[in-house]
Ligand binder design. Structure first.
Ligand SMILES: [Zn+2]
Ligand SMILES: [Zn+2]
Length: 153
């Protein structure tokens, strides 16, 4: 399904933190790593990779930093009231951020273009994967971005 008209809007579960995305996302990815399973309390994490400058946040976000497998520090931003995770970013200099896609107001059009860290995917999910698939972290995002563009038409 094509991306709905911009801006895309979304927010946390309680409504204290809201955001807008003014540009079309670069891609949508499902991550099956154990950290994403833990964070989402579910089977996988869903990420919209977007240009950092296209995102506007209303409300104050709390922050928690963790060291990713790559050794990079990943900054996790979440609503301090209800705890819902909204944004992951890899350092202040990064030109993209990863928005937690399930927090969009409209998720009816969402479909991940590809899957990463599939080595730890739950077995029932593994049967349904389509698009570029990576056992671990993707070496680059080019194929995931291309698959997304193709999906979007
Ligand atoms: Zn909240
Ligand atoms: Zn992950």
């Amino acid at each position: 399904m094509p991306c709905p008209s911009l801006p895309l809007t979304g927010g946390c579960q309680c409504g204290a933190a809201r955001y807008e995305i003014a540009a079309e996302p670069l891609t949508a990815i499902a991550c099956h790593c154990m950290q994403c399973q833990k964070q989402s309390a579910s089977a996988f994490g869903m990420t919209l990779r977007v240009a950092r400058e296209s995102v506007t946040v209303k409300g104050t976000l709390a922050r928690w930093d963790r060291k990713a497998e790559s050794g990079n520090i990943l900054t996790c931003l979440f609503c301090p009231v209800c705890g819902v995770r909204l944004i992951h970013q890899a350092g202040e200099a990064s030109v993209t951020v990863n928005l937690k896609a399930g927090t969009l107001d409209d998720t009816s059009w969402l479909k991940p273009a590809g899957h990463i860290w599939v080595e730890s995917a739950q077995p029932w999910v593994r049967e349904h994967l389509a698009g570029p698939i990576y056992e671990k972290a993707p070496p680059a995002f080019d194929d995931l971005i291309a698959a997304w563009r193709q999906e979007q038409g």
